[in-house]
Design a binder for this molecule. Structure first.
Ligand SMILES: [Zn+2]
Length: 399
């Protein structure tokens, strides 16, 4: 299909892409005038008007009445109508599922949690089905305006976003999770690595809007990362990009759950920090918040464990920065409750090990609650509408 191809299929693809670009810009920048949309997307004003009309008719976009900038031509800003469509996002964890309903503006409009009795595939699928039905029952409009489900979990996901290849947390291999969830819920389902879901949420609705180059690094039971390069989350050829936790920073060091030795996770994950405190004669029954408290009260062993973790983390993030040169590095995950104890060491090694690039890297701390991960999964499900991957249902077909 070349640029001169004017077959109906090609015209539809182009129109879809234009529509998605315009809708995406209205979602992230709205309220916004047609002229600004043209400038942002590189489309002519006529083309913008043409793709916006069916979106208005289908109720996805609304014109703000009576708006004007005073002198000159009136500008009628456009914004998305948030409650025109919803998506459900769930985050599957070892013992719990968190679910949210999110509107078109990325706002969480309902949230619920559900305990998991086991991590058997059938239990998780049935539990998710229950949770989705409970969520959709919360409001009359949810049932008729929800078509998409995003499922986020720790693991490697095939690039079709349907099959979970492996998850150490759940002890799963090759699970056709998308198909199973669709059969259970009746919603079109996309499956995504949980750190990538956070990146997608930041890209559309958070600290990544207007930021085409950024990385998300999560601290906690493991260490994960997601890379957004030139405005897209990078999955890798096999969906396995971003395994920052398994970067070897201490060759020959402690053995890691991946089978290797000296991975970043063996020094800087929450369990590694706790193990290091216990091995040095400190208490063995702490959680990460307790360990942080101990260090803040002046315990030298605990403080040293955090400092070591921070230094290793700084090295790992520096490697990431040197490779892909993000503008911003967002630190999140439950492990950042101890960020005050980690950060000075992180900054020190990071500064020492990154090459000068003519501009500073920004390290941004984002204490995001658990629901944010589920919101990210919903954002992944909605993303198809903003990028042209799925049609807008409604009275007027746009493709
Ligand atoms: Zn490892």
């Amino acid at each position: 299909m070349g640029p001169g191809d004017t077959t109906p299929e090609n015209r539809n693809v182009v129109r879809d892409r234009n529509r998605a670009a315009v809708l995406g810009a209205i979602v992230t920048k709205g309220p916004i005038a047609r002229s600004e949309l043209a400038e942002l997307t590189g489309l002519s004003q006529g083309a913008v008007t043409k793709v916006v009309a069916p979106m208005i008719e289908a109720g996805y976009v609304v014109e703000q009445e009576g708006s004007s900038t005073g002198a000159g031509r009136p500008r009628v800003p456009l914004s998305v109508r948030p409650d025109r469509r919803f998506a459900v996002g769930v985050k599957v964890m070892e013992r719990e599922i968190i679910g949210v309903v999110v509107d078109l503006s990325g706002r969480v409009v309902a949230q619920q949690r559900s305990r998991l009795e086991s991590t058997e595939v059938a239990t998780v699928v049935a539990g998710t089905g229950d949770l989705v039905r409970r969520l959709l029952a919360e409001d009359d409009t949810f049932g008729s305006r929800t078509f998409d489900l995003g499922v986020g979990l720790a693991g490697q996901i095939d690039n079709d976003h349907r099959t979970l290849r492996s998850s150490a947390m759940l002890n799963w291999q090759s699970v056709p999770l998308g198909a199973l969830m669709e059969a259970e819920t009746g919603l079109r389902t996309v499956v995504e690595n949980d750190v990538n879901t956070l990146a997608v949420a930041e890209l559309w609705f958070g600290a990544g809007v207007d930021m085409p180059w950024f990385a998300v690094v999560t601290l906690g039971a493991g260490i994960g990362s997601a890379l957004v390069l030139d405005g897209r989350v990078v999955a890798g050829a096999r969906g396995a990009a971003g395994e920052l936790g398994h970067l070897v920073v201490a060759p020959g060091g402690r053995s890691c759950r991946c089978g290797n030795r000296g991975c970043l996770e063996t020094i800087a994950s929450d369990p590694a920090i706790l193990a290091s405190i216990a091995e040095a004669g400190g208490p063995a029954d702490l959680d990460i918040a307790g360990a942080a408290e101990l260090a803040r009260r002046g315990d030298a062993t605990a403080a040293a464990a955090f400092a070591r973790a921070g230094a290793a983390l700084g090295s790992g993030i520096a490697a990431l920065a040197n490779l892909v040169n993000p503008e911003r590095i967002i630190l999140s995950g439950e492990g950042i409750v101890a960020s005050d104890l980690l950060l000075s060491a992180v900054r020190e090694t990071f500064a020492a090990q990154t090459l000068p690039t003519g501009g500073a890297y920004e390290l941004l701390l984002r204490p995001l609650p658990d629901e944010t991960w589920a919101r990210g999964a919903a954002a992944v499900a909605l993303q198809g509408i903003f990028t042209g991957g799925s049609n807008l249902p409604g009275p007027t077909r746009t493709a």
